[in-house]
Design a protein around this ligand. Structure first.
Ligand SMILES: Nc1ncnc2c1ncn2[C@@H]1O[C@H](COP(=O)(O)OP(=O)(O)OP(=O)(O)O)[C@@H](O)[C@H]1O
Ligand SMILES: [Mg+2]
Length: 585
């Protein structure tokens, strides 16, 4: 029943229960020990008041016996409380890990448009803060419910000892509860705003770190810090609003608590007979457990708070793990049959944002191994063609066929496992050179890695580094040169040994000697696979089987170099200008 109701009211929170499965035993142990310590705590005041009564009755044997029980109970509460806390900590930490793992994995499955649009803060906050919050929600609620039952028991017991005192106390508590409820519900709206504001701050800060070189190079600290301050101050405003309200409410709550204390003392002094030990016991119990019971009030308000905040965190987590279909990479389940023999673009069009066509009616077919060049002015759509082949984006019109099969029907591992782009500005992770290479092929051995590095003409430079292949290259490859990064990326693709390789300006930072060697390598590789190459340094185009010339998203010519030089005005012009800066061999 409870789970049905919470499913309707807190559907996102409910959906996170799938993470509980693998931690079920620990969750049950947490519940058992929490309940146990609660039940024992409830028995304690009964024995305590009996101690008081036997003290006045002069029954010392009974007193000793009861005192022993009280000590035993206190010990048992401590032990079971400790066990409960242990399982609470272990379980929430494990849940945190499981949820984080899932979010991070799913983040990598979101499509690039969604990732770029949302910004890094969106993801980082969810991987960290929301996961942390969501991993504790269910256990916190369990804890709050158990504490609720125990403390209601206390109030019941006080009422049995003295009805008026019980009612007085209950009335004071009702008022406290109302105030707590007010406090919490006002805060929820603020929490939502606050989380959105934090995301923006985090995105901005991640960008400052990524762009640190540009900031220094352009001497742009001032505008950057101004933007940071403006974004941060929006967050601080929301935080200020929350903190001031919290403090106001806290003061009010403290006044009410003081009022309850005073009433109980006055009531005890004025109405309770000094020799009525049972009733004095009630006062004593109130004093001993006041803290707990006030805690209960906060706890009660917190159940709602925990649910609603937890639902918010869970919703934010589901923004990623249950992202809508249009934000997720979509693949089919068909395998690619055998080796990739043909790639065909059939009347393909594409727009990154609605209404702005970047590719328009692009058609070409590659049949069998060889090198195909792609040239055109900056912005003509060359990289976009590669992005569609690597399935970074989906064509918005027409079809892309691999071995005659629509690429959208093919399985992710088959497409991404065999068609690999080699980027101009590749990303290196903050790890060793070796691990940065193995990331392309985890099962390769050191010899294979070195072999690839020799072919990519980077091996000697790696062995000359301080720790050779174990040298750590900074985040993004900050500690190596642009040309080294490009050659490491080429080593990666050699290790990966994909059937189709897409070189996008992958040699732009190489010196002439390295460039020629890598060009030779590409020609060698093309003997048994399809190679596509985009290069502003056009020397490689002479050696291509065919060159496709793009202009404003359309193919204006496609033929071998020698033919294009004679038939395509734009190509001839491009080649002539290029030869002036980059004389052919
Ligand atoms: N992620 C993106 N979102 C929106 N527009 C984009 C995106 N990437 C590229 N574009 C736009 O698409 C057009 C084609 O870009 P593309 O990167 O394919 O050009 P290109 O031919 O590779 O150019 P270059 O030679 O400069 O690399 C450009 O107008 C570019 O501004
Ligand atoms: Mg490009």
């Amino acid at each position: 029943m409870r789970s049905l109701r919470s499913a309707a009211k807190y559907p996102n929170l409910e959906s996170l229960r799938i993470f509980h499965k693998e931690h079920r035993a620990k969750i049950i142990l947490f519940g058992v020990f929490t309940t146990l310590s609660g039940v024992i705590a409830l028995a304690l005041p009964i024995f305590l008041s009996q101690v008081l009564i036997s003290l006045t009755g002069g029954d010392y044997d009974r007193l000793a016996y009861l005192s022993a029980i009280v000590f035993g109970l206190v010990g048992a509460i401590a032990l079971s409380g400790m066990a409960a806390e242990y399982y609470y900590t272990v379980t929430t930490n494990d849940l945190f890990l499981s949820i984080r793992r899932k979010i991070t994995y799913r983040t990598m499955s979101m499509n690039l448009s969604a990732v770029y649009e949302k910004g890094s803060g969106f993801f980082l906050e969810r991987m960290n803060e929301d996961s942390r919050e969501a991993s504790a929600v269910h256990l916190n609620i369990w804890r709050a419910v158990i504490s609720l039952v125990i403390n209601l028991g206390f109030i019941g017991y006080i009422t049995v000892l003295n009805v008026f005192l019980g009612l007085l106390f209950a009335a004071g508590l009702a008022l406290l509860m109302f105030l707590e409820y007010l406090r919490v519900s006002r805060l929820l709206e603020n929490m939502k705003k606050s989380k959105r504001a934090v995301e923006k701050v985090k995105t901005n800060e991640a960008e400052i770190l990524k762009g640190i070189k540009e900031i220094k190079g352009l001497n742009a600290k001032k505008p950057v810090i101004d933007k940071h301050t403006s974004i941060s101050s929006k967050y601080v405003d929301v935080k200020y609003e929350r903190e001031i309200y919290q403090k106001k409410m806290q003061n009010l709550i403290d006044v009410v608590k003081g009022g309850i204390d005073l009433s109980i003392i006055l009531f005890a002094a004025l109405y309770l007979l000094p020799n009525n030990m049972a009733e004095l016991a009630a006062v004593l119990i109130i004093y001993m457990y006041k803290g707990n019971i006030y805690g209960l009030i906060a706890g009660l308000a917190r159940i709602k708070d925990t649910y609603v905040n937890g639902e918010l965190a869970a919703k934010r987590i589901n923004d990623i793990i249950q992202a809508p279909a249009n934000e997720v990479d979509t693949f089919g389940d068909r395998p690619i049959d055998g080796k990739i023999e043909t790639i065909e673009f059939r009347d393909v069009s594409f727009e990154y944002s609605k209404g702005k066509k970047v590719l328009d009616g692009v058609s070409f077919k590659i049949d069998g191994a060889g090198v195909i060049g792609l040239v055109g002015k900056s912005g003509s759509g060359k990289s976009t063609i590669f992005s569609l082949l690597a399935r970074f984006y989906d064509a918005t019109g027409g079809r892309i066929l691999i071995n005659g099969e629509d690429v959208s029907s093919l399985a992710e591992d088959d497409v991404r496992g065999s068609i690999t782009p080699v980027l101009q500005d590749p990303y290196m992770f903050n790890d060793t050179v070796m691990n940065n290479l193995l990331f392309a092929r985890p099962d390769a051995d050191a010899e294979m890695v070195m072999e690839a590095c020799r072919a990519a003409r980077i091996h000697d430079e790696i062995t000359a580094m301080n720790d050779g292949y174990d040298t750590i290259i900074g985040e993004g490859g900050a500690t190596i040169s642009g040309g080294q990064k490009q050659r490491l990326e080429i080593a990666r693709i050699l290790l990966k040994d994909s059937e189709v390789m897409l070189f996008d300006e992958a040699t732009s930072a190489l010196d002439k000697n390295n460039l020629e060697q890598i060009n030779d390598l590409m020609i060698e590789l093309s003997k048994e696979r399809i190679i596509m190459v985009i290069a502003h340094r056009l020397s490689i185009m002479r050696r291509c089987d065919r060159v496709i010339v793009l202009d404003e998203g359309r193919i204006i010519a496609a033929a071998p170099h020698d033919e294009l030089i004679n038939t395509c005005e734009q190509y001839r012009e491009m080649f002539r200008k290029n030869a002036a800066v980059e004389p052919p061999k």
